[in-house]
Ligand binder design. Structure first.
Ligand code: CTP
Ligand code: CA
Length: 226
């Protein structure tokens, strides 16, 4: 794929990307996590930066290097991500919510390591705020991009999420397909738009997916991409 360097579609625009899987602490040595590697979000941050956007990456813990020229803010939990993203939102032009945010967190974080008892036990979980849905309610002129990670009924579930969260574009992702999803260097996605348009992309690297997404973002911002 050709590089976007020098095209400068997003020059003067501020972009915020979230990436990785949040970690919800249980005690000082344990957390609830998920299989997100952060690769898709990091690729998007790189593509936005290459297109000239001032790019902030709000990242849950990952093993990935920060893309050149991107400002990274590290967070661990969904609540930390919520605070950072909502705080920055008013000054941002485009938000891409690629992070796998934990829907629930343990009701209490134990101060000391939880000891085994040898009997079964139950863990109480409480819901985390839905960051993307909150941005959808707050949004003024921002372009808002969401992801849908699904294991069944991809298009139906994705369509529903797009409407519920008031996004301008939803990236639908069947995470069970070979060549797609968590930890994979490639992805197979569809872009869904509120006007009913849909773009199905073939399997390609996550950076190529990110570059396609950047083109659509530029169009949504009213920028000529020819
Ligand atoms: N998301 C978010 N905050 C949450 C949960 C999800 O911002 N607490 C965002 C994700 O970053 C993603 C989109 O919402 O862009 C969809 O996430 P997904 O897990 O696919 O959907 P949910 O709305 O959480 O619904 P469910 O997990 O029940 O399918
Ligand atoms: Ca979820």
């Amino acid at each position: 794929a050709r590089s976007f360097a020098g095209l400068n579609w997003l020059q003067g625009k501020k972009a915020l990307v979230t990436a990785g899987g949040t970690q919800e602490p249980l005690d000082p040595v344990r957390y609830l996590g998920n299989r997100s590697s952060g690769r898709m979000g990091y690729a998007i941050a790189q593509a936005l930066q290459e297109a000239g956007a001032e790019t902030i990456l709000v990242s849950a813990p990952t093993d990935l290097p920060t893309p050149h020229g991107v400002t990274k803010i590290s967070v661990q939990t969904a609540l930390e991500m919520y605070d950072v993203v909502l705080g920055l939102f008013p000054e941002i032009d485009v938000v891409i919510k690629a992070a796998a945010v934990a829907d629930y967190r343990p009701a209490v974080e134990a101060e000391q390591k939880i000891k085994k008892t040898g009997t079964s036990r139950t863990l109480e979980l409480v819901p985390n705020p839905d960051i993307l849905a909150e941005l959808g309610r707050m949004k003024t002129s921002q372009v808002l991009i969401g992801f849908a990670a699904e294991t069944e009924n991809l298009m139906e579930n994705a369509q529903h999420k797009m409407q519920k969260k008031n996004v301008n574009l939803l990236v639908a992702n069947d995470v069970t397909k070979p060549g797609a999803g968590f930890g994979c260097p490639t992805n197979i996605v569809s872009f869904l738009f509120p006007d009913g348009r849909r773009i199905d992309l073939p399997q390609m690297s996550k950076l190529e997916v990110a570059r396609h997404l950047v083109r659509e973002i530029a169009k949504l911002l009213g920028i000529q991409t020819k």
